[in-house]
Design a protein around this ligand. Structure first.
Ligand SMILES: [Zn+2]
Length: 227
């Protein structure tokens, strides 16, 4: 009798864990699967992530942050660095759970002449010195541009990037040769409408996410002008 080939237990475990993390993200309402979604680019896809919703459940974010912290627990970390509100919430949770008790600092993202830019406030600059061990945290990694800018920023200050932790990695893009740990590694195909298999099957197109952008404005209030 030939033995039934068994999957590598480590691979099975990480597959199971990834499924659990995906379920957690689904419960935040951020992740939409098995759909037929119109993207702002005009392309169609089967899955969609609403990035701003990913960190809205504190207990989930804390749990996921602790998993990232556990992965990096074997390395000393002085400081956790991120940009953007979602990544900052997650980075707080990672820092809280890391045995080195690192401090948390954050940069801001912007655009200058159509090019992305990452800036570190002056007050934080003295906290990153030569040899400071930095863990970078991101919520969602797509093109990797922001992370590559953060790596440059840290290295410019002669500090050291220990690794990169994130919730969701959509691409296997190179990130300065750094060790990347992501709770979910998953990309989904996008289709031109004329080649979309879901259109061919007659699945109704969900235009909600694009409509929301065009037809709804963010809620805002403004201080009254002087009378
Ligand atoms: Zn389609």
């Amino acid at each position: 009798m030939t033995a039934v080939p068994r999957k590598d237990p480590v691979a099975v475990e990480s597959e199971v864990r990834e499924k659990i993390h995906l379920e957690i993200l689904k419960r935040t309402g951020a992740y939409h699967a098995n759909d037929h979604v119109l993207l702002p680019s005009g392309q169609h896809t089967t899955e969609y992530i609403e990035k701003t919703l990913v960190t809205t459940e504190p207990s989930f974010t804390e749990g996921l942050g602790a998993v990232i912290a556990k992965h990096f627990a074997q390395w000393p970390v002085d400081l956790v660095l991120s940009t953007g509100p979602g990544a900052l919430i997650l980075s707080h949770c990672v820092a809280r759970a890391h045995p080195s008790r690192p401090i948390v600092v954050y940069g801001s993202k912007g655009l200058q002449s159509g090019k992305r830019r990452v800036t570190l406030p002056v007050e934080f600059q003295r906290l990153i010195r030569e040899g400071t061990k930095v863990l970078l945290i991101e919520d969602l990694v797509s093109s990797g541009t922001t992370l590559n800018l953060l790596i440059n920023l840290v290295e410019q200050m002669r500090a050291q990037v220990i690794g990169i932790g994130c919730l969701w990695r959509r691409t296997s893009v190179e990130l300065g040769g750094k060790s990347v740990f992501s709770l979910v590694n998953r990309d989904f195909p996008t289709y031109d409408p004329e080649n979309c298999p879901l259109c061919r099957k007659g699945v109704p197109l969900n235009e909600e996410f694009v409509h929301r952008r065009h037809h709804r404005r963010p809620s805002s209030v403004q201080e009254p002008k002087d009378a």
